[in-house]
Design a protein. Structure first.
Length: 133
């Protein structure tokens, strides 16, 4: 393990949940934790409603781009958190895996995305506590 823990967030399109989770982790943990996200079937662009939901809490994820999930990305992470991608994520021994059951914000309005955003924050805060002690 490197000096700081590395977390990889994975969802299917890498456009909503994983991007919001990466935004929260970068915002709340600063440089204490390395943050990456990817998707098993990345979208062309980040979900604009997810961008708006994060903007409401002062976090700008507009520069984020959906990225394809690679074996190397999984191998480089200490913790791999999946969100609805099921078996698409390769499993390696010695990694910590968690599957966060979260509603998919795709096609949802801002009212539906806010509670997803807030649930992700709670989970990210718990993760930071676990990783940084």
């Amino acid at each position: 393990m490197s000096d700081k823990p590395s977390v990889l967030f994975v969802c299917v399109h890498n456009a909503g949940r994983s991007q919001m989770a990466a935004g929260w982790l970068a915002h709340l943990a600063g440089d204490r934790i390395e943050v990456r996200s990817a998707g098993s079937a990345p979208a062309d662009q980040i979900n604009p409603v997810a961008v708006e939901a994060m903007r409401e809490v002062g976090i700008d994820i507009t520069a984020a781009q959906p990225k394809i999930l690679t074996t190397e990305a999984v191998q480089a992470g200490d913790v791999v958190i999946t969100m609805g991608c099921g078996d698409a994520c390769p499993i390696f021994p010695g990694k910590r895996y968690e599957d966060w059951k979260l509603d998919d914000p795709a096609g949802q309005g801002i009212e539906a995305v806010r509670p997803i955003r807030d649930e992700i924050r709670v989970r990210v805060e718990k993760l930071i506590t676990e990783l940084t002690g």
